[in-house]
Design a protein around this ligand. Sequence first.
Ligand code: NAP
Length: 497
Amino acid sequence: MSEVAAKSAPTPGEGAEVREFPTLVNGEWLHGVSKPFDNINPADTSDIVGRFQASTAAEAGLAVAAASAAFERWKKTSVSARAAILNRAADHLEANADRNAREMTREMGKALNLAKDEILRSAQTLRFYAVEGQSLTGEVFPNDDPDMTVYTLREPLGVVTVITPWNFPISIPARKIAPALMTGNTVVFKPSSDAPLSGYRLVEALVAGGLPKGVLNFITGAAGEVGAAITQAPAVRAISFTGSTAAGEHICRSVGFTTRTQMELGGKNPLIVMDDADLDKAVDLTIKGGLSLAGQACTGTSRVLVMRQVRAEFTEKLVERIKALKIGSGLTAGMDMGPLATARQLETVLRYVAIGKQEATHLYGGERLTGAGYDGGYYVAPAVFTDVTQQMAVAREEIFGPVLAIIEVESYADAIAKANDTEYGLSAAIATRNPRVMHDFANDIQSGTVKINRTTTGNLINAPFGGVKRSSTSTFRESGRAGLEFYTQIKTVYRGC
Ligand code: NAP
């Protein structure tokens, strides 16, 4: 397919003929090289959003080879030329934001306004790295030899593989691919098989922006088939992965010690509600942090640790608000929560709801929704459990769905101990009016992101992002200036005259 055809491609599905989308290898859009698989709308499973190539390991290997062949030239391309490509790609994303947002909502279920925000934020990410990547410098070191200068250079690594999940299907790829390209690396990108179209649109924008052939390669298909080829190939110097802890750990263990990895993984994020908190605001933080995106944000609130004195009042307010939430397709304006993104997600959430009913006190929700508007999709009512204790599965395991576990705490110290009693450490929040507690919380909580009177979800594009413990490899942060460092290695030069 030509670039022009890609730019003017109609929105697939929605009554139109289902379009088959290609991979991109060495600048060639490849159709029909593999058997296609369907990208399904989780709000209406009869709606096929698009068909994507189920690439083979051999095809994935060609993508790595193309990225490898393109590296030397791209490395020598000027930073201003790289920046101009990112800026033109940002223009392209913005110009197609409405179409792309609709596709994103159809492929993974989030509300249309959130999908559009994500696309515009991805464009902003490209622009941010177009500027920030031009000022990434080395250092100069004082030394005793007047005829020698000692300094460091930051060099690109080579071929980097980017693997992303379905929940932020364009912003996560953008925040990985933009710094990789800006620092002179070439990329093999594999999006989630559950939401590949948004990733495709990012690739399309970068190609339209003028990216030379082979610099960015786009492979779709099952991880079991293509995963090893794009992670274990000797030419792959680094892997930036976002997804489940299990998959990240598997990839980390399967690659050599010289392969640099950046793994952003699961979470079990707490919100502590202190007895001095504004309870209406705390309820708001819980709902926005825990239920927007149907609980499918890596930083989503899943544990709510509430002081005993306010637990009854907080819980009553929370359940009342949750009962009033509007649940429906992300394409319908005014919905508070959409469907789960996949059949697998639905199965997982229903399984944990059943477990929660066995081990804790079930207050509300958790059932699959049926009837008009729901029958064709993966809808569940948000679930609330209380009397949750530290040993319970709903308190320990990442569910990644609209399931809230309320845990009673006796004091700030008890809250911190329970909040930290988890294998994860991605994001954590507290609702309080006490400045002393705010200060201590930032120091005491074991978490890569700390929020005070804000939702556990959400992060800036110009600030570092990542987790601790099993939420991340704790190697390099993503996002912001830190996001550039992962993609470069330091060379120290001693230059005499
Ligand atoms: P996933 O099943 O781990 O998949 C993530 C990506 O990895 C997909 O593209 C998947 O491909 C691929 N993959 C899986 N196993 C692989 C392997 N062995 N080799 C190469 N690629 C492999 O996760 P998900 O269900 O898409 O996303 C939900 C998870 O992501 C949650 O655990 C959530 O917490 C986490 N997440 C973390 C962050 C963060 O920043 N920390 C952000 C968002 C999401 P296929 O789709 O083809 O299987």
